[in-house]
Design a protein around this ligand. Structure first.
Ligand SMILES: *[C@@H]1O[C@H](CO)[C@@H](O)[C@H](O)[C@H]1NC(C)=O
Length: 259
């Protein structure tokens, strides 16, 4: 604007000096001079007009540039706002994920400790299982007294809870036990067996065989035993059983689970 004002003021100044000339009542020489001056002024005015046009064009260009810059600024501002929102969103997401991660971590920790607890429990859990057969030497009995049966062929004895020297099974821990026996006989007469828990008889199974030939008598029990409880089988007096290498008469058991 200052650039435009400068020449305009100059123009006004020149016009003022021309008027003064007229008032002064100049002679002929003065008229020529005045004409000359007028021509100069017009030339200058034309120059000024050109300058103004040029400035106008320049101004327009600058205005366009400013407008363009403004729109770029607006665009950048919009982008910035978008980016800010995006960053905030990501931060929120990150916070949520961090919380989730922490809860997963604590769950993993408790699972790990539970797993090692279970592993320890499993390792410490007593393992008890036995399977035996009576004898390879044929008939046991009949005698005139009860006989404690000693199953001498020990095939399985995990935990050594069965003692072939006494014929007793001793529960190593309090728990639920599965016990099973099968008795065989091929004589005519009485066959059967009694089961004792400690000193108490808990079972007396028998039958009378009228014909020769192998017969079997089998029974399963599930007992809740205290640690140290003993189980054994007794052949009543006048009864007989049979076994040989074919494993006819057997006694077996296992710990189902401790209590
Ligand atoms: C008797 O049982 C034992 C142990 O399971 C086995 O090795 C043996 O072969 C059995 N006898 C017969 C005749 O099957």
């Amino acid at each position: 604007m200052r650039v435009v004002l400068g020449p305009l003021l100059l123009l006004l100044g020149l016009c003022g000096s021309g008027a003064r000339g007229q008032d002064g009542g100049l002679g002929e020489g003065g008229e020529i001079e005045q004409k000359q001056t007028t021509t100069d002024i017009w030339a200058e005015v034309k120059e000024l007009r050109d300058m103004v046009v040029e400035l106008k064009v320049e101004l327009r260009t600058m205005a366009a540039i400013v407008k363009e810059s403004q729109s770029q600024v607006d665009e950048l501002r919009a982008e910035l706002i978008f980016t800010k929102v995006h960053v905030e969103l990501l931060q929120a997401e990150n916070a949520v994920q961090t919380t989730e991660l922490k809860s997963l971590e604590s769950r993993l920790n408790s699972t790990e400790s539970r797993t090692s607890e279970l592993e320890r429990e499993n390792e410490e859990k007593p393992k008890v299982a036995f399977y035996t057969a009576l004898t390879n030497s044929g008939h046991v009995g009949p005698r005139n007294t009860d006989i404690t049966l000693k199953f001498s062929k020990v095939f399985t004895n995990i935990g050594n809870a069965y003692n072939p020297a006494t014929g007793f099974f001793t529960a190593p821990v309090k728990g639920v036990y599965y016990l099973q026996f099968t008795m065989s006989n091929n004589n005519v007469g009485r066959m059967g067996v009694q089961m004792y828990m400690n000193k108490q008889r808990i079972l007396y199974n028998d039958e009378y065989k009228e014909e020769a030939g192998l017969e079997y008598l089998t029974k399963s029990v599930i007992l809740e035993l205290m640690a140290g409880d003993e189980i054994h089988l007794v052949l009543p007096s006048s009864y007989s059983l049979y076994d040989d290498s074919n494993n006819h008469s057997t006694f077996s058991g296992s710990l189902l689970f401790p209590l």
